[in-house]
Design a binder for this molecule. Structure first.
Ligand code: SAM
Length: 239
C-alpha cells in the first residue's frame, strides 16, 4: 500500500487519514507507549507545562484524539474543548475520561481547517501530534489564529527532524523496520503505521514550520527542540 499523497486530491488525503485513525483508535494508546518507550508521556507533560493552563481559561485541544493532552490541561481547572476529525478516536477518549472520573470536558468533531468556533474565543490552542495529518496546514494555522483571542497562545507538539548527527539514521532504521512490525504485532495494522512514519518524514523542518506559524499571523514564534528536534514544541502569540 502506498501512502504517497502529494499527487492525490486533498479530499482523498483527508479520507485516508480518517481511515488510518479509525483503524488504530482502539490500540492507539498502547502503541504510543510501545513505539516511544513511554517517552510520549514525558513530552506531553513538558508540552502542557509550557502551555501553563490556568483555571477559568478556555482552551481548544485540536486533533485531541483520545484525550492525553486534554486530561493534563484539565488538571488546572481550565475549560477544555477536545476537537478531532475522527469520531472513533473521540469515542475512545470519552471512555477513558469516564473511567478516570474526569468530567467537564467538551468533545466535538471538527476539521482543523474549518472550525465551527467564533472568532477570538479561546485563550489557548494546543495541537499535539496532529498538525502533520492535516491536509491544508496553512489553513489550519489561520483557523487557530482566528479562534484565539488577542493575547492568546498557540502551542504545537510534533515530530520534526533531529539535528543530532547519527541519531537521524538510527531513528530512520527504527521507524522503517521496527514501527511497522510493532503495528502488525500489537494492532494488526502495519500499513497505518507506515503512513504515520511517512507523514513524519514529509513534515517541514523546525525553521520552516516556525515560518509557517508566523505566516498565519502569530508573533514571538519559538521552537523548543527535544532529542535534537526529533520532537519539537512550536509556539506563537496572537496580538
Ligand atoms: N493529540 C492526541 C495525542 O497527542 O495523543 C492525538 C494525536 S493522533 C497522532 C492525531 C489525531 O489527529 C487523530 O486523532 C486524528 O483523527 C486527528 N486529525 C487528523 N487530521 C485532522 C484534521 N484535519 N482535523 C482534526 N483532527 C485531525
Amino acid at each position: 500500500v502506498s501512502f504517497g499523497y502529494e499527487d492525490i486530491p486533498a479530499q482523498e488525503k483527508t479520507a485516508r487519514v480518517g481511515g488510518v485513525f479509525t483503524n488504530v483508535a482502539a490500540k492507539y494508546d498502547l502503541m504510543n507507549d510501545a513505539m516511544s518507550g513511554g517517552m510520549h508521556r514525558l513530552w506531553k507533560d513538558r508540552f502542557v507545562r509550557r502551555v501553563k493552563p490556568r483555571e477559568g481559561e478556555q482552551i481548544l485541544d485540536m486533533a485531541g484524539g483520545t484525550g492525553d493532552i486534554a486530561f493534563r490541561l484539565a488538571e488546572s481547572g481550565a475549560a477544555v474543548t477536545v476537537a478531532d476529525i475522527n469520531p472513533a478516536m473521540l469515542e475512545v477518549g470519552m471512555e477513558r475520561a469516564a473511567k478516570r472520573g474526569i468530567d467537564g470536558l467538551v468533545w466535538t468533531e471538527a476539521n482543523a481547517e474549518t472550525l465551527q468556533f467564533p472568532d477570538r474565543f479561546f485563550d489557548a490552542y494546543t495541537i499535539a501530534f496532529g498538525i502533520r495529518n492535516v491536509t491544508d496546514i496553512p489553513k489550519a494555522l489561520r483557523e487557530a489564529h482566528r479562534t484565539l483571542r488577542r493575547g492568546g497562545r498557540f502551542y504545537c507538539l510534533e515530530f520534526s527532524t533531529t539535528l543530532w548527527p547519527g541519531f537521524g539514521d538510527i531513528y530512520d532504521a527504527y521507524s522503517h523496520k521496527v514501527v511497522p512490525k510493532l503495528g502488525q504485532l500489537l494492532a494488526g495494522d502495519p500499513d497505518s503505521y507506515r503512513y504515520l512514519i511517512e507523514s513524519i518524514r514529509r513534515f517541514p523542518d523546525m525553521e520552516t514550520f516556525k515560518g509557517m506559524i508566523a505566516e498565519a499571523g502569530f508573533v514571538q514564534t519559538k521552537v523548543e527542540p527535544m532529542l535534537g528536534g526529533l520532537v519539537a514544541i512550536h509556539s506563537g502569540w496572537k496580538i
